[in-house]
Ligand binder design. Structure first.
Ligand SMILES: [Zn+2]
Length: 473
């Protein structure tokens, strides 16, 4: 019993100082503080939202975004810049209209969920059957649903961590599938969002069957899913009020969305080559695609910009990173995580070189906490990060954390991860709506986020050990 305890004390007390030289920690501290007033991340976000804007996977905006990203990495002076192909089924949004026909007529704003099939051209008309949660629909007797349009009215709750999203978005993901399974004709959900604007939130739903083994995607067809759309919080309240009158409610909507063959986009990658261990990689980035309704400022131009800026500021500083910093701007995260899966497939034999990874995909608001998923032996490095993050008002919340959707396939392959948690209180007011625009990004806030990423990336690239592999497996 004595030996492990001594060992623990040794790690806890001595090696934190021995891990990094005082000079190095001084350099990181200076750069962290400089980053707080640096505008690189803000400027990159402004550039992507202005020069490209909406960039749904497979759209013209997607192609422009790839060109933009290659040019931006080069302009910033990254050592290596390249693209890797990502092929996926292309989904196109069409005309969108909705109305309550009776007992009280109202026009309603609707938006198709990503992957939805179209309604008949003249629209889809039917009686609404109301469920408060997706679980209620899942458990419902099919006779209640047959021939009807389902409506799920659960409301997402606001929380700093954004935990309300995970609790609510099963409705968006599964409503069309469960409705089809029970013989329903259409599905409407309350938007997964916390605002009270009359613009609905789009977002992905289950529209494909994906085989992990073969990487083959099969589109769900009519009868396996139904045309599905979201309506805003105020319109969902209105529909609930109409339903509360106890009379049959007839709803009609038109969605013109459809699948249009295959498209090949690109993951865009920029690297700063490590001085001593060029083959060992610190993987960071955000997703390059966005939904089509806004200009994708918070989701996820900000994440691309924060990670590009963190790498750029380290490169331009007196720090010489020993490991390579690889920034990956992932393709088509929103409509199926295709870029992340393509990367994991292409690099699965190089996972021993993927030392640690994290994604920025939670807007531009300040980081207030961070979590790791690393070996016990490497916790002193995390403790040093924590020391350097404290002046940014960031606390460490433990060795069990999330690290972003695009990182999840690499995590499954064994890579150690880190999560920098941003304040999500307002994120879901804007998420996947036309209001996701540049004016919501506050320069001082995005600079604080960049400063925190600099601490993480600089220490991870310098640390002589690794962070463990196949953790918790
Ligand atoms: Zn995102």
């Amino acid at each position: 019993m004595l030996k492990p305890l001594l060992c623990f004390l040794f790690i806890g007390n001595l090696s934190a100082q021995e891990l990094f030289s005082e000079d190095f920690i001084g350099q990181v501290t200076v750069l962290r503080d400089k980053a707080l007033t640096d505008t690189t991340a803000y400027d990159i976000t402004e550039s992507l939202t202005t020069e490209v804007g909406a960039r749904l996977g497979g759209s013209e905006g997607d192609a422009r975004a790839v060109k933009w990203a290659v040019a931006k990495f080069n302009e910033l002076g990254f050592d290596k810049v390249w693209t890797e192909p990502v092929t996926f089924p292309k989904w196109v949004r069409g005309k969108e209209t909705a109305e309550i026909i009776s007992p009280f007529p109202h026009e309603i704003k609707i938006t198709a969920l990503g992957g939805s099939l179209s309604t008949p051209k003249k629209g889809l008309k039917g009686e609404i059957v109301h469920f408060e949660t997706i679980k209620d629909l899942e458990l419902a007797d099919p006779s209640l649903v047959k021939g009807k349009i389902t409506f799920i009215s659960n409301r997402m709750q606001r929380h700093k961590s954004g935990k309300g999203y995970g609790l609510a978005n099963g409705a968006r993901y599964m409503a069309a599938k469960h409705t089809a399974d029970k013989g329903g004709i259409g599905a409407i959900i309350r938007s997964i969002g916390t605002d009270s604007n009359r613009d609905p939130h789009t977002g992905g739903m289950k529209s494909v069957n994906y085989d992990q083994q073969t990487n083959i995607t099969t589109l769900l067809k009519k009868g396996e899913i139904v045309p599905a759309g979201a309506i805003s919080n105020p319109d969902a309240d209105l529909l609930v009020n109409v339903l509360n009158r106890g009379k049959p409610v007839i709803f009609k909507y038109t969605l013109g969305s459809y699948w249009d063959g295959e498209y090949t986009s690109q993951n865009v990658i920029g690297e700063i080559t490590g001085s001593e261990k060029p083959d060992e990689l610190i993987i960071i980035g955000g997703h390059l695609d966005s939904w089509d309704l806004g200009t994708g400022a918070i989701d996820d131009a900000s994440g691309c910009a924060i990670t590009m800026a963190a790498a750029k500021l380290i490169m331009d500083s007196s720090i010489t990173p020993k490991r390579t910093i690889r920034v990956v701007l992932w393709a088509n995260e929103e409509n199926g995580l295709y870029g992340a899966r393509a990367y994991a497939k292409a690099h699965k034999n190089e996972m021993h070189n993927h030392i640690i990874g994290a994604e920025a995909d939670f807007g531009a608001a300040p980081v207030y906490a961070f979590a790791s998923r690393v070996s016990q032996q490497s916790l002193p490095v995390i403790s040093k990060m924590s020391e350097l993050m404290a002046p940014l008002a960031i606390g460490y919340v433990g060795n069990k954390g999330n690290s972003g959707a695009d990182i999840s396939p690499l995590k499954k392959l064994g890579m150690a991860t880190l999560g920098l948690y941003q304040d999500g209180s307002k994120y879901f007011d804007l998420h996947h709506t036309p209001d996701d625009t540049m004016d919501k990004v506050i320069q001082e806030e995005i600079s604080q986020v960049t400063a925190s990423w600099i601490v993480f990336v600089a220490l991870a690239a310098q640390y002589a050990g690794n962070f463990g592999f196949n953790l918790n497996q």
